[in-house]
Design a binder for this molecule. Structure first.
Ligand code: SF4
Length: 670
């Protein structure tokens, strides 16, 4: 007996990706619900259920604290709307191949085309596709149904038509359908959307089954692509569809000389391996491969033979790798998910840019930087012909271009713009032109005391002070730019500064003798005596750090670079107020603020005290002011004299008393 395993057997890219996403969410402690079974394989589903994964039939059945995973089949647009309206956290595992079909039919519907879908109308993938088609769409499962459809809808033959296929549609049946479509429509736009993984799997199964006595197809009974494989193989030889090793018809298989094994897209490698081990055991002692090389040449084009378990594992691993780096492609964004951007690069393969390959800034979210329809240049990182995928990178292409600019900027000391993406040990990382530039703490801020955290996510300007292209290392300095900016501001200030010019500034610091104000690149000082017309003990009685103040230049010392500022306003000068509002002869209430042997001082207005001489306190002789007055008394006085030059104000209580006495004498006489 010989055993031959199809090299395309097992998890396809899309299923693998979806299952991985679920495991990742579980590893992060999330409560996971999937919208329908994530995979058509009962064993994998049981394994996930054991980890707590719940299958929800609709979004409404998902609790608000759970993460809902959309499986690789995808869902229609209305379902996304429902998920959003329920406010559910969602992880979209729609396979890029399927997302590409969504984009195609969506565009066709916008253009008013009728969409024809080759597939099973009840399959979730097709249901999802229909959710992007608008009203005019029809599904047919084979050539016969298509013929019937065209017969029933005669008029629709003249309409513009777009034809797509379910990703797992039978390749042979697709060919049949296309023949019909092409005969009827001259203007049909046809998209062969059968997934490469499916096409290759079917073609290998076809080849292999032609050269075998029996085929084992491993996969879930609900899996559409497994069912197709079974259909393909059973035309050529006796074929057994098994879900697990327990279902192997061992007695029947023992009689077969050549046995081929293939598996559906949702069959885990562990089950394939179990089947292989069991088959190897029953074949004990016999050579596993007795093929005639000529006879099997065709089969060998697409299959690899199993000789040991190790080889099988290697074979699966091998099939996943195909490096194709450094090639540039241009693509159009057809889908954006939180973890990747799906790009149509004009090839049969589905292009995708993992979120980590989109930008050098790890904080960037795909939805923030790209949208469906955007065009971009990308670098191919890896192609996987078996899966039909191309992994692309934007960040590497940006970085390649970026390094050219960085090197040039280092040479001519150009100032670069960037965004600080991370605060790291010893400095920050700024991203410019897709290149990560390290800026040491000593070069990151104007002063060492400024916190680095304040720079996070900020736009900064810097120069490259060191570059090593070989090691892809660039070091920058923000401080160098800040220094230049400060110098330029200083020069500009001195060019235009003049006494009495008014500025708006921000109080930077306070000392016991004044306040320092940032005038925009240069600091000036308001002396404490300039802060207020009244006597103050500390500048903080008038201003505080961070206050925006209007000041004027009182004096400039260009040689020493010093600027003296004025703050208090002339119109607030109490002597001006006194002159305007309290002429000699005014009568007013004043408060006694001090007592001496020769008189009492009283506050006339804030900032001006007047003297009530001892002779003016009463209308009779007193020994000392304290005999009549005490501090805090409020008394009525008359302003009898103002000496503006010497800043002296004379007050009199006596004058008022005498006037009163005179008045009462006059009234008595009358
Ligand atoms: S079969 Fe193809 S389309 Fe379907 S999930 Fe797998 S890779 Fe995607």
């Amino acid at each position: 007996m010989s055993l031959t395993v199809a090299s395309s057997a097992g998890f396809c890219f899309g299923v693998n990706r979806a299952v991985k996403m679920v495991h990742n969410l579980l590893d992060r402690g999330k409560k996971v619900y999937t919208l329908g079974p994530i995979i058509h394989n009962p064993q994998t589903l049981a394994e996930l259920a054991a980890r707590g994964v719940v299958i929800a039939e609709t979004a409404e059945g998902v609790p608000p604290d759970a993460t809902l995973v959309i499986r690789s089949h995808g869902v229609g647009r209305p379902v996304y709307g429902k998920i959003r309206s329920l406010g559910l956290e969602c992880c979209d595992a729609t396979c890029p191949f399927v997302a590409k079909i969504h984009a195609i039919v969506s565009r066709a519907a916008e253009e008013g085309k009728t969409v024809l879908i080759a597939g099973d109308a009840a399959h979730p993938e097709v249901c999802g596709i229909m959710g992007y088609c608008g009203k005019n769409h029809f599904v047919f499962k084979d050539a016969d149904e298509l013929k019937k459809l065209l017969a029933e809808h005669r008029l629709f033959k003249n309409e513009p038509v777009c034809v797509v296929a379910q990703t797992t549609f039978s390749v042979a049946e697709w060919e049949n359908c296309l023949e019909i479509v092409k005969k009827v429509y001259t203007n049909a736009v046809i998209f062969d959307t059968i997934c490469n993984a499916t096409a290759m799997r079917q073609s290998e199964a076809e080849d292999l089954s032609r050269h075998c006595d029996a085929m084992i197809v491993i996969g879930g009974k609900q899996s559409s692509n497994t069912a197709k494989l079974f259909e393909v193989c059973k035309k050529n030889c006796v074929t057994y569809l098994v879900e697990t090793v327990d279902e192997l018809p061992l007695q029947a298989l023992k009689k077969a000389g050549r046995i081929g094994i293939t598996a559906g897209a949702s069959t885990p490698a562990s089950i394939i391996k179990e089947v292989l081990v069991t088959m190897s055991e029953i074949n004990e002692g016999a050579a596993q491969d007795t093929k005639d090389p000529k006879e099997n040449a065709a089969a060998q084009n697409n299959t690899k033979e199993n000789t040991t378990e190790g080889n099988f594992a290697e074979m699966l691993e091998e099939s996943l790798k195909s490096l194709n780096t450094d090639e540039k492609v241009h693509g159009v964004v057809v889908g954006v998910t939180p973890t990747e951007v799906l790009v149509d690069v004009g090839r049969k393969q589905a292009g995708y840019v993992p979120a980590s390959e989109l930008s050098s800034d790890p904080n960037v979210k795909p939805e923030d930087v790209v949208k469906v329809g955007d065009e971009m240049d990308l670098l191919i990182m890896r192609t996987n012909d078996q899966e039909g995928t191309i992994m692309l990178s934007k960040k590497r292409l940006d970085a390649a271009k970026g390094w050219e600019k960085i090197a040039a900027a280092a040479d001519d000391q150009t100032v670069l713009d960037g965004v600080v993406s991370e605060v790291v040990k010893g400095g920050v990382i700024a991203v410019t032109e897709g290149v990560r530039v390290f800026i040491p703490a000593s070069q990151a801020t104007a002063s060492r005391s400024d916190p680095l955290d304040a720079l996070l996510k900020k736009q900064v300007k810097f120069r490259i002070i060191e570059v090593n292209r070989g090691r892809k290392r660039a070091v920058g300095s923000i401080r160098s730019v800040l220094k230049d900016e400060k110098k330029a501001q200083e020069e500009k200030f001195w060019e235009t500064a003049e006494v009495n010019k008014v500025y708006t500034g921000v109080v930077k610091s306070l000392t016991s003798y004044g306040a320092f104000v940032d005038l925009g690149g240069i600091d000036g000082m308001i002396h404490i005596s300039e802060l207020s017309w009244t006597r103050i003990k500390h500048p903080s009685e008038v201003v505080n750090v961070g206050d925006t103040v209007t000041v004027y230049i009182k004096a400039l010392d260009r040689e020493r670079g010093r600027v003296s500022l004025g703050y208090k306003k002339p119109e607030d000068n109490p002597w001006v107020i006194l002159k305007d509002q309290y002429p000699v002869g005014s009568v007013l209430d004043v408060k006694v603020v001090g007592l001496t042997s020769f008189g009492a001082f009283a506050q006339v207005i804030p900032g001006i005290d007047g003297l009530i001489h001892i002779s003016q306190i009463a209308d009779h002789r007193i020994d000392k002011p304290q005999d009549v007055l005490k501090i805090g008394d409020v008394v009525k006085v008359k302003i009898t004299d103002i000496d503006f030059d010497r800043h002296r104000v004379s007050l009199s209580i006596r004058a008022l008393l005498e006037e009163q006495a005179e008045e009462s004498e006059n009234s008595e006489n009358n």
